[in-house]
Structures are given as C-alpha cells and as structure tokens.
Design a protein around this ligand. Structure first.
Ligand code: SAT
Ligand code: MN
Length: 588
C-alpha cells in the first residue's frame, strides 16, 4: 500500500517484535470493514445487535480488570525525569522500550497484526497529522475506523518520505501488573501493552492527539487541548465558537451537543457540535485562535445519556456504533445502561457477561465508564464546519471542573494571563473514566492532568507564550455546573439550561453586558442570566454566583501549596502574580 520506507520499517520492526502469523493493512474500504466485523462476531469479540433497530451496531465487553484509563501505568518516557514533571509517571526511553518490548515479544504469534494508517484531522489540512497504529485487536481497528480518518489516503498523504506517529498495541494477556501505556515524545512513538480498553488502546486519541500532540504543539507553536468545540448560532444567523475543557466524564459530550431551552430555540438559537473531547488550536493570520477537532467520532460515556440529557448523542448511537461494557437486552438484542430510561430489561446480560435482571438486581448492569463509539456524522447537530480544513475561530475558552462548593456557576478572567491562571488552578472530583477512587477532589489543570506529554510548568509557560502571539485572544471563563446544596442536591439544572450561561459568556465577548468585579474575576449580575421558562429561584442563582472570600482565601493557600510543593519550579511568573492578586483581593 505504500513505498514510504519509514512506514515499512516500522511495520517490519513491529513484526520482528511481536511475530504475528499475518499482517493485514487496513485500507478503510467497506468490504474490509464488513469482513472484520464478521470475523469479530465469529470469535465473540463483538456481538451483533438488532440490525433493524440498531443497524451496523455491535457490542463489546472488555475484561473486567480493564475498563478505564490507568494513570499509574501511563508513562512519559523522556531522558530526564524532571522534563516529564510532577503530573506524569516517568521512565527513561531505554527502560520504557525495554519494558514494553520484553512484554510484547512474540505476543502476536499465531495472530494477525493489523496496520492502521489514520489521520487526526482532515487529510490535507494544515492541522492534520498522520499516525500508523499496529494492533492485534479487531475491536481497535473498528473503533479507529470510527474515531479517526482511516485508509490509504493517509499513506498517500505521507508520500515516500513523510513522518508519522508510530503506535504499537498488543493485547498480550490483559495482565494488569504488566499493563503499560508508554509515550516517547522525542520519537513520536507510543507503545501500549496488556489492555483492550479504548482510552489505553485507541492510540490516536489521548496518547497521540493529546500527550504526543501537546509535546509537538509546544515545539511547533500550537496547542493540543482536552476541549470540546461548539458553535452557537444566534437568531441573526451569526455564529460564534467556543472551546471548553472539562475533565473526563464531566459532561463535555453533553455540552457539545446541547439543545437550548425552548425560549432560546424559539428565538432562533442553535448549537452546532464541532467536537466533544479534543481541540487542536493554532493562531490564525487574523490574530485569533482557530480550532479543529482532530477526531472523527465520539467515544462518549453511556450511563446518564438519555432523551433528556443528550438526545443528539443518543441519536448518534443509533447506527454504526460500537458499544462497550453496556447491558445487552436479550428480549430485543439492543443495549441499555443506567440512566437511559426507567425500564431496565429483565432478561439481560450485564457488562461482565453475567445474566442480569434490571428489576431485581442490586448491582449496576453497565459499567459506570461504559462507552459508545459513534461516527460524528451521525450526530443531528454536527457542525457544517466539522470537516473544515481551517477550523473555527474561537470567541471564548471555558474551563470547568466538578466542584460541590467554592467555584461559582461562571466567572470571567481579567485577561489572557489571568485566564491561564484560572485554568491552572482547576480542581475536579475524580470520575470513573480512570481507575481509582471516584469523587476525590484533585488538581486537574486545564483538565489536562492525565494528558500533558511533558512538564506541567512548561505547559503553563506555553499557554503564557501563546498569549503573546494572539492579537485578538478569546476571552477566558470558568464554569461549574456541579454546585451542591447542604443535602448534596445539585443547585443548577445543567444540561440544556447551560445555554443560559453560554449566552452570558457570548454577551461578554460582544461587550453587551456588564459584570461585577470580584476577588476572582468578573461574575454575572443575576439579572443578566436569562431564566425565561425555567422554574428557578433568583436567590439560588445569587447563591451560586456568590464569591465567598474566606473560602477563596483558603483556596489560594491550597493553590500556593500545590504550586510550591507539587509543581515546584517552572511556574511562570505571571501565574505567581495572579496568585498574589487573588490573595490580596480576598483580604480586601
Ligand atoms: O478513555 S478515554 O481517555 O478515551 C476518555 C476519557 O477518559 O476522557
Ligand atoms: Mn476526554
């Protein structure tokens, strides 16, 4: 399929290491995809679902010990430990290669190795980058076909000499103790062994499009961020674009596909989804930031997705989708998950593959991190700019975590550098997207803690440096949809009603609305959040817009500890300045 010597050499080396019985090149043709689906069904790797109700949809169950990203086994391999920084697990490249190679040696014996040429971004765009993933998993091939742009055109784009990101994946024995996801940023190489879970094995996604790409972005002067991208179409037909960073499983997919409340729809507002997870961002000739979504599909969290919370995502999963670790309803051979509806199937199989009765069982049927892999084109509100080679210009960047207290519903930073500070101090309660405890508050700067391919302090510096290159920067905001009352109840309705906050954000970008200056930045006057059609008390709104200086003083102390003891050196001076200002403001 190619004369590119580097590609051929990478495939040869992978064959020499893993010694597969066959090598199959993925050309992206429907015929090949159909044959692979049929083969995976014949071995039980995939279950074919009801083709009338869910055409071209399949179900997969991972091993029970392999259901989420494993941050403790995700490694950045750079020569110096200090360059990987405090947010990453580090190994030297020599040790990283040695460890992965010893584990993978001979592990594809008797199996087929698939070679997947894929592009992150539209082939031919200035943004796009080509990857080659070799894998022994048909599940990985079929997911990559949905999540990226796969096929011969990627090899053609490389030509005889082009460079690419090398990804080696071998399932090996799905042994947790020998599971590794290693990144070699200096070599544009990723090695993943002993896992079959999406976030660890779809190497185009977090491994390439965030960890390796963030490293490349710093070298080449652009940014790779854990951000959704959405367009807001206003009643006058104008469109504005926003990128928003939230940690995994905190509602990026829901915000990206939001359906505005009725009063907004009636007025003519619409949301268009450009992406739900990753943004690659460059400075345009006009001095604005331009963003593309390098992916081609959605790898979304299934539980909680329903007709109310996200009808667009649900619609996207009705064809050509691979479901992972959800419930199989045996009555009609469809799928179910907690929060889909109030009618769990009685005659079903749970995510572990055991018989399950949703009416009587006291265990969950779907894993909390169960997923759908759906083509972006299926989404009813996918943006007409989805395939744009230049991307979309950003009016605003939004950061947001899951915080029961302290952080108000929304606030705006004073300027770019203060916005970088606001991103750097993000904390969020952990979710099921990674292994480990759920609900624990942790620092997650820019929602990138698990995804920065180098030192977090250098990453902050890169943000500061980018600011100097943007003559017309987006405004930077922070939101918190997750404020809780004394009984743990959520104080903001969220979902479609987040449109009310988006509207304020865009009004601020347009200079249409005043704001209250507080210790942390600009906060809305309650009257400026449009509550039309919502049964919601202004007092509650006031309470979640309030900035409690005592709490923020304590927060500032905590951040000082984080900066000083965790990140240590390499914090840009601009961020220390913002921290000092915050402390001063809290005392005033
Ligand atoms: O599992 S993934 O890393 O692909 C999704 C996520 O955790 O954000
Ligand atoms: Mn994500």
């Amino acid at each position: 399929m190619t004369n590119n010597k580097k590609v051929l050499q990478f495939v040869e080396e992978s064959v020499a290491l893993a010694t597969p019985a066959n090598v199959v090149w993925i050309d992206g043709s429907q015929q090949q995809i159909d044959a692979l689906r049929a083969e995976a069904v014949s071995t039980g790797e995939l279950i074919k679902l009801n083709q009338e109700l869910l055409p071209d949809c399949y179900l997969h169950r991972t091993a029970v010990n392999d259901v989420a990203r494993v941050e403790a086994r995700t490694v950045i391999c750079l020569p110096k430990e200090e360059d990987a920084g405090p947010t990453n697990i580090w190994k030297s490249p020599e040790e990283g290669y040695k460890t992965c190679r010893e584990i993978a040696r001979g592990k594809m014996a008797g199996k087929t190795m698939y070679v997947i040429p894929y592009s992150m971004g539209v082939v031919g765009s200035e943004f796009s980058k080509i990857g080659i993933e070799v894998t022994d998993s048909i599940y990985v091939v079929l997911n990559m076909v949905i999540m990226t742009r796969v096929g011969k055109m990627c090899l053609d784009a490389l030509g005889e000499d082009g460079d690419f990101i090398k990804g080696f994946h071998a399932k090996c024995d799905i042994d947790e103790e020998n599971r590794w996801i290693m990144h070699f940023p200096q070599d544009n190489t990723i090695m993943s062994v002993n896992s079959g879970y999406g976030g660890n094995v779809l190497l185009g996604k977090k491994c390439f499009a965030l960890r390796i790409a963030s490293y490349l972005g710093r070298e080449e002067g652009w940014m790779a961020e854990h951000m959704l991208i959405l367009g807001v179409k206003a009643p006058d037909g104008t469109k504005k674009y926003v990128a928003a960073a939230f940690p995994s499983a905190c509602g990026k997919t829901n915000l990206a596909m939001l359906i505005p409340p009725k009063s907004f729809r009636d007025a003519g507002y619409e949301i268009e989804c450009v992406g739900d997870d990753i943004a690659w961002i460059r400075v345009g000739e006009d001095g604005r930031l331009w963003a593309v979504n390098p992916e081609n599909g959605f790898f979304g969290v299934a539980p909680g997705t329903n007709e109310k919370s996200n009808p667009n995502a649900l619609a996207a999963t009705r064809k050509g989708t691979i479901f992972t670790n959800v419930v199989q309803n045996l009555d009609n051979n469809t799928v179910w998950w907690e929060g889909l509806d109030k009618n769990p199937p009685e005659n079903a199989i749970d995510w572990k593959g055991n018989p399950w009765n949703g009416k009587t069982s006291d265990v969950k049927g779907a894993h909390p991190n169960s997923r759908f892999t759906a083509p972006a084109k299926n989404c009813p509100c996918v943006s007409p700019e989805f395939d744009s080679k230049t991307g979309v210009p950003l009016s605003a960047i939004i950061f947001g975590g899951r915080r029961a207290t302290t952080t108000p519903l929304v606030y705006q930073s004073r300027d770019w550098n203060h916005g970088v500070f606001v991103g750097s101090i993000m904390s969020s309660e952990t979710t099921a997207a990674a292994t480990g405890a759920v609900g624990v508050l942790r620092h997650d700067p820019m929602a990138m803690k698990p995804f920065i391919g180098y030192h977090v302090g250098d990453y902050f510096q890169h943000w500061i440096d980018m600011g100097k290159k943007i003559s017309n920067p987006p405004k930077i905001f922070n939101v918190n949809w997750f404020r809780q009352g004394p009984n743990g109840e959520f104080l903001w309705p969220g979902f479609g009603d987040n449109m009310r906050v988006l509207k304020w954000i865009l009004d601020r970008c347009d200079g249409k609305v005043e704001a209250r200056e507080t210790a942390i930045g600009y906060v809305p006057y309650a009257k400026d959040i449009d509550l039309t059609g919502l049964d919601y008390s202004v007092d509650t709104l006031e309470s979640i817009l309030a900035v409690d200086k005592e709490r923020w003083a304590a927060e500032a102390e905590e951040i000082t500890g984080y900066y000083t003891n965790t990140i240590k050196d390499r914090i840009p001076a601009e961020l220390w300045e913002s921290l000092e200002t915050l402390k001063k403001n809290c005392k005033a």
